[in-house]
Design a protein around this ligand. Structure first.
Ligand SMILES: [Zn+2]
Length: 401
């Protein structure tokens, strides 16, 4: 999957080709579920194996499964970088992996190439593993045309290869379903983009198809919960809920991606200067928190105040910073001690693109950002998230972002 969501609470586990590899907390849950599920099925098929080796094999299989997901994402990310689209990170999470790319590719051809290599990598890897598994399995008996029937006779290595092979094939083909933002949906978008020449229109249509398929997942999942037998997906409460859950995730992702394109479109040719608040109330770093609360917080509806000493911006103090200070210490603590200093502060310039500033605000999850002069020291205004939201409400059909 190629995606540019904002995921929080993820842990960096390594770096490949300059790309940070991160694990979202939800990944731990799926890792546990897969290991548990595998151990249970290995145990069922191979009643002659020790519990220890069943568990060990299940853990190895689960780790290799996530390595497979990583290979899929690395294929996307490396081609993205080669086509000039920066990649921030790859995150493994509940539903597999995502490559967090900085922006949409410049051309439909780039989008097509960046997208197709993921499923292609999974399918090629799947075929190689299946062939290898069959070669390992061959000396024992017949080749594996029906894995279910013959799994019981297989050595651990062959079991591992065959399972990983089929799971990679599944990964490759599942991602080709044309439900945006799945890879198949992105391929559909690149085709629509190539034929209409209009990325926003292509995204709108791909998102509609994506939402349709997502709802199909949800309905099918619910039908499975109530006992319907669906080819490939089977039946049952767990499988049904899982499919419905994936559908729900795909639906929100399709809607969110479309909204983001609309936002970029509405904010095109708009600069930070157009929507920033000029001459915002500022505070000196020597003021106490008590005075700040009495004289500023209670008199303005701002959530943050730029800290300015001798015409120079030195930091930003927010309501959250104030809340972090115990109330009885307000009269002895200065703004200087509680603020975020300028070195740790994100800033924008007045002639920056509003769309870029919006992305920055959303990515850092902050409510406002100081606007500074090119030298970076003088304050010219404050850009607040709610000002951008108001602009969007006035200028587009997106009611709430
Ligand atoms: Zn993919």
């Amino acid at each position: 999957m190629v995606f540019s969501p904002m995921m929080t609470s993820s842990l960096k586990i390594g770096r490949f080709f300059g790309i940070n590899i991160r694990i979202d907390w939800s990944w731990l849950l799926i890792f546990f579920l897969i290991t548990w599920n595998l151990a249970a099925s290995f145990d069922q098929i191979h009643d002659d194996w020790q519990t220890g080796s069943v568990l060990a094999l299940a853990v190895i299989a689960a780790v290799l499964f996530f390595a497979s997901v990583l290979i899929h994402e690395l294929a996307h990310s490396l081609v993205a970088q080669a086509r000039g689209v920066p990649v921030r990170s790859i995150t493994l999470f509940l539903f597999g992996g995502v490559s967090n790319i900085e922006r949409d590719p410049d051309t439909p051809k780039s989008e097509f190439l960046i997208t197709i290599v993921g499923p292609l990598a999974s399918i090629i890897l799947g075929v190689i593993l299946l062939v290898a598994g069959n070669i390992i399995a061959a000396p024992i008996g017949d080749t594996v045309s029906d894995p279910e029937a013959t799994f019981g006779d297989l050595e651990p290595a062959a079991t591992l290869f065959l399972w990983l092979g089929s799971i990679n094939l599944l990964l490759g083909f599942f991602n080709l379903i044309p439900g945006f933002p799945l890879d198949g949906g992105r391929l559909l978008r690149s085709a629509l983009w190539a034929s209409t020449g209009n990325l926003r229109q292509a995204t709108r249509w791909a998102s509609w198809v994506g939402q349709g398929i997502a709802w199909l997942f949800i309905v099918t999942g619910i039908a499975m919960v109530f006992g319907a037998q669906i080819p490939i997906f089977g039946t049952g409460v767990v499988g049904g809920l899982w499919l419905a859950f994936i559908g729900w995730f795909l639906n929100s992702a399709a809607v969110a991606t479309y909204q983001r394109v609309v936002v970029q479109d509405v904010l095109a040719d708009v600069t930070v200067a157009d929507m920033m608040r000029s001459n915002p109330p500022t505070v000196a770093s020597t003021v106490t928190i008590q005075a700040l609360v009495d004289d500023y917080v209670m008199k303005h509806d701002d959530h943050a105040f730029p800290v300015v000493d001798n015409q120079r911006l030195v930091g930003l103090i927010t309501l959250q910073d104030i809340r972090n200070i115990a109330r009885e210490k307000w009269s002895e603590t200065t703004v200087q001690q509680a603020m975020t200093p300028i070195d740790n502060l994100m800033t924008v310039e007045a002639n920056d693109d509003a769309a870029d500033a919006w992305t920055k605000l959303a990515r850092q999850d902050v409510r406002q950002v100081p606007v500074v002069t090119a030298s970076g020291s003088e304050l010219t205004g404050v850009l607040r998230r709610r000002d951008i939201v108001r602009w969007l409400q006035v200028h587009s059909e997106v009611g709430s972002v």
